[in-house]
Structures are given as structure tokens and as C-alpha cells.
Design a protein around this ligand. Structure first.
Ligand SMILES: [Zn+2]
Ligand SMILES: [Zn+2]
Length: 248
């Protein structure tokens, strides 16, 4: 009761505002409803593609699942990729505020978005472990936290034993100019960045590789390749957002 009263008084003094702009929120609760995190204007920028490639998750025209032309020619190492929303508007802003401004408040908004995607029909929950995309030790020290681990902890709060942050390690972060490289160059540029720290845990396991953003697919592809080489039975990818353009 005291906690509830505390929250009620705080709401009177500081009415809750949108996670990414100063507008007030129409809905005051801390739940999964995205209206409790984003104002109607910002929520209107959250776009979930109606169709996606069954393998790379690239947004496609139409409805349902297909395999895109690129994956028919050169399928990615992972068995499938899913994202909660397109990387644009409020979602892209929220992720930047979390990563580059350390706004931990965004964890609530982004995990609500992630949880809504995990609850969608057709999302496969057939995995044994969740592997948050690691940061290099240098990047983690600069940022002070790994956003993928913080989000994964919230997405799988009911089964915390699933989230394994020590299984995969990263010795380097890719260069800033990754998007300007051709696909084959990107894949080469990121070779050797990941190491499996616990091969005995990876062997035979079905893994859900979790990242905040999927841009080129090269990072997820290389992490999946290394995990499969170490004996993982399957790697699927899940991200909060993905860019509309596909690069794999
Ligand atoms: Zn807003
Ligand atoms: Zn595809």
C-alpha cells in the first residue's frame, strides 16, 4: 500500500511522460501495454512488418512468411531471425537513449516491446538457452552495462536460468563503417571477433541469440557461425528492432 501510495504521489508531482518525448502518457501503468511507455504520436511510429523472410527476417511486402531472394541464393548461418519492430521513430530513439545516453528507463519500454513480440503467434519458444550479444570488454567498460543482457534479463524474467551471458565472448567491436562495406567484405571484417567460452554448454543446445538491433546481419551471422562451429544444434536470432534494408 505504501508503495502504491508512493507511486500515486510521484505521478501527481511528476506525471508520467513518454519514454522518448516530453508528452504525457495517456495510460498510467507499468505493464506490457505499449501505451504505458510511448505517447500516441510516438506509438504511431512503431511499425511491425506484416510479412518477413522466414530465414533472415527481412521485412517483405504482403502477408505471412516467405524466403527472400537473397536467402534462396545464400542462406544465413542461423535458422531464422525475428524482430519486434522496424528500427525507426520511437524505437530507434529509445535504443539510442539507452545505449548512448545510458537512460536505463528505456529498458522498460523496450522490454515491453520485446515481450509483445515473444507473445506473438508463430514465435518459436523451442530453445534451451538465450545468448545476449556480448560487447567487447572495452566497449562494456565504456558503457558500464551491456544493453542486450539487461534487456534479456527482463524479457525472460520468468525463466532467468535461460539467459547465459558467459557463453559467448567478443574480443573486438566491428568498425564504424560496417554498413559501407559490401556483404562479403563485412563478413570477412568481423571474422575472429567472437569466441565460445563454454563449448560444453553450447554442444547440442538450441540457442536464441538476442541483440538490440539487427542492421547488416553480419554480426548475428558471425556469432551464429561460431556457435554452430562449437556444436550448437541450432541458432535462431531475436532482436528488438531491425533496419528496413537488408544486407546479409
Ligand atoms: Zn512521445
Ligand atoms: Zn531472407
Amino acid at each position: 500500500m505504501a508503495g502504491f501510495l508512493g507511486v500515486a504521489i510521484a505521478d501527481l508531482l511528476w506525471p508520467p511522460v513518454c519514454a522518448v518525448c516530453p508528452r504525457p502518457l495517456p495510460l498510467v501503468d507499468d505493464g506490457l501495454n505499449l501505451s504505458a511507455h510511448f505517447c500516441p504520436e510516438c506509438l504511431a511510429t512503431v511499425e511491425i512488418p506484416s510479412a518477413a523472410c522466414r530465414l533472415c527476417g527481412r521485412p517483405l511486402a504482403g502477408v505471412g512468411e516467405h524466403v527472400c531472394g537473397d536467402c534462396l541464393v545464400s542462406p544465413p548461418p542461423y535458422a531464422g531471425a525475428r524482430s519486434a519492430a522496424l528500427h525507426q521513430g520511437a524505437v530507434a530513439h529509445s535504443i539510442s537513449l539507452l545505449k548512448y545516453y545510458g537512460q536505463l528507463r528505456q529498458l522498460k519500454a523496450l522490454s515491453a516491446l520485446g515481450l509483445s513480440a515473444l507473445a506473438r503467434p508463430g514465435f518459436s519458444h523451442d530453445f534451451d538457452l538465450v545468448v545476449p550479444m556480448p560487447l567487447s570488454a572495452k566497449r562494456q567498460a565504456e558503457r558500464g552495462f551491456n544493453q542486450t543482457f539487461e534487456l534479456a534479463r527482463r524479457l525472460f524474467a520468468d525463466r532467468p536460468e535461460l539467459v547465459n551471458v558467459r557463453l559467448l565472448q567478443r574480443s573486438r567491436d566491428e568498425g564504424l563503417h560496417q554498413a559501407s562495406l559490401a556483404a562479403a567484405q563485412r563478413r570477412r571484417a568481423i571474422r575472429g571477433h567472437f569466441q565460445v567460452a563454454a563449448p560444453e554448454t553450447v554442444r547440442g543446445a538450441r540457442l536464441l541469440l538476442f541483440d538490440d538491433v539487427m542492421t547488416t546481419g553480419a554480426t548475428a551471422g558471425e556469432a551464429a557461425r561460431v556457435l554452430l562451429k562449437a556444436g550448437a544444434a541450432e541458432v535462431r536470432v531475436f532482436t528488438i528492432s531491425r533496419t528496413r534494408r537488408h544486407f546479409w
